[in-house]
Design a protein. Sequence first.
Length: 535
Amino acid sequence: MSAAYPASRRHLALAAALAVALMSGCVSIRRVPPGPKSYAFDKPETTRLGLALAEGERAHPGQSGFAILEFGLEALVARAALADSADHAIDVQYYIYDSDEAGSIMADHLLAAADRGVRVRLLLDDYNLASDAELAALNAHPNIEVRVFNPASCRPRWARFVEYGLYMREAERRMHNKLFIVDNEVTILGGRNVGNEYFSIRTGSAFRDFDILIAGPATRQASSAFDEYWNCPWSVPASALVLRTPTEKDLVALRQRIKERIRNAEHFEEQFAAGRDRYLADLEHDGRTLIWARGEIVSDPPRKIATTAPETRPVARRLAQEWDRANREILIEAAYFLPGNEGLGKFHSLHERGVNTRLLTSAMETTDVPLVFCEFRKWRRDLLAAGVDLYEYKVHSAQEPRGRKWYHRRPSYGALHSKVIVFDRERAWIGSFNLDPRSTELNTEVAVVVENRELAAELAGCITEDMSPYRSWRVQFAREENGSGKKEPDPKTARIVWAGELGGEPVTLKHEPMNLGKRLKIFFLSLIPVSQDQL
């Protein structure tokens, strides 16, 4: 086992997996030396993006430019447009990168950049990878290097789950970071992975999510974090995942498959061509699209997958500081929410200090991880008793985006994936961090904190709109009537109701808004014994 892959304790697990998978041709990671160390491009001010943003940076010393990417198609156009504008380097880091139309669109633009001499570094977590062969073929390009974080030793997907089962505590720790960095000058950071549902491609149902575009000095923090992961011993070259070294012929075949998938992407290229030039022109005249402010990117170190300690949890620590700083209001949009006793105590403390906390999370119909929702249901009553204004996101059709004239797609939002918070309408938090034990204790995460009232107000507007009766159910205790009128509900016994809209009319439901099939699903899932840190 190569020193590039710190898993010596996995030899027994690998032996067991091999015993099970021998007849299926289980492929172990080849013995390869660690990949060569490399670092972010060190002269971002000389690039086209650097020159375009130079005036804004001079006018706002010590600050960076920020723009919220609220809509999926816009977020993909931004990534593709930035890739097309790259002069020297593109660094890409994701937890999920699907080989679908959206993933192919991004790969196509990365290949085009590499073809004109741009260095591309692609770092992906192993847990959701579908094809080692495609990654290795992409790695065959002389200007593209692909690495995989914390890979399983046995490569067939089903056999990997055998290893995960045998060494769960080590294998379940994942790199959940999401970064897209161009020329060490512009970064896109947030909740979106790479896949059709994140970018509203080829589907009528999309994830509700947020990214933020970051231009200028804060990008150096993102690049430093990327370099730490890229050069760490847990990042393994993609060439180690396959039995033979791919050739130019494999790369040509991959290019063809990518082009075929893109043809299924519902005319994305036409929409991209219409939006790209306008997008880049706006970016170059950054006063129109960027809000200049002080911001800080916080990233967990890669060694968090080996041990959880205060020094390996800077993202969670930074968030805790923001909870403590809040003195008026906290707006939260969090797809996966499990407070635990410590978090519940925090909400009680906020309520006692007079801080109004409003929380939007997933309803059963809009979660892609039902097990997490099953656990969340157990905390509803306690959250309401702690003074939290609670909302659950529901399926709805999207409205026309504001100020994005080139955006014509109007999907329905079928799932919530956001991880955003606004503190006191003064500070905005956007990142990959879920409000659950997994993000705190197991996965590595990244987030940005921006201190600016204008940006905070923009994000707060998005969150409060998502809390509207059209988009969400408000979860609350029913007020019961006695002889003297309505009385305050008893948190221990009061009925929970869901208030919102159906067909444009206000309604209050006395039962959870889900059909019989989902009720049965929840019932059986609730019987599965899991601890919170497994979710």
